[in-house]
Design a protein around this ligand. Sequence first.
Ligand code: FMN
Length: 189
Amino acid sequence: MKKSLGVKAYLYPMPALVIGTYNDDGTPNAMTMAWGGLCDFDKVALNLEESHLTSDNVAKRMAFTLAVPDCAHAAEADYVGTVSGHDVPDKVARCGLHAVKSENVDAPVFEEFPVTLECKVLELQHGIAGFRVIGQIVNTLADESVIGGDGEIDSDKTDGLIFETFQRTYRRTGEKLGGAWDIGRKFEK
Ligand SMILES: Cc1cc2nc3c(=O)[nH]c(=O)nc-3n(C[C@H](O)[C@H](O)[C@H](O)COP(=O)(O)O)c2cc1C
């Protein structure tokens, strides 16, 4: 028996990602984002509140980084999603994140996060879903420690952070079940 719950925006898992930008004075800023992610093989969509400092920064520099934090840095990811750079301009330094300048875009890369997408802004959209940024991935940085034998990022090694919206908790990714575009093939017989 299923229960009707009304409009509940439940999708699980949601990625907990960290957007990196530069403030006007060059200070690195970071904010956590769960309402967004890949929207094409080489593009990402950020759904942002206009009031966030990140929104101003992205529009001014037309660039950002999007990091996949590991679970070891869940508290740092939570902190930068809890306080605004408008109020705490040095929030990155305060939680011990280390920023270096991206070689490809005008945005900071945080050393602690194992995977980072370096992105240029393709489009700023003001539509029915609010403020949305479409970004072009121009490069992906991965720590050597998360690269597998095939030279690709190994999700078993990244230990990527997951957000779930109803109890508002962070989770860890689980075990591999099988290959995508593969385990369903048994129905082809
Ligand atoms: C788990 C989590 C997910 C969040 N997802 C989003 C999101 O998708 N979009 C958004 O605009 N804000 C989101 N936020 C809120 C911002 O991260 C937060 O308001 C942050 O302080 C903004 O920082 P800034 O003003 O320095 O840019 C999220 C916060 C948390 C903790």
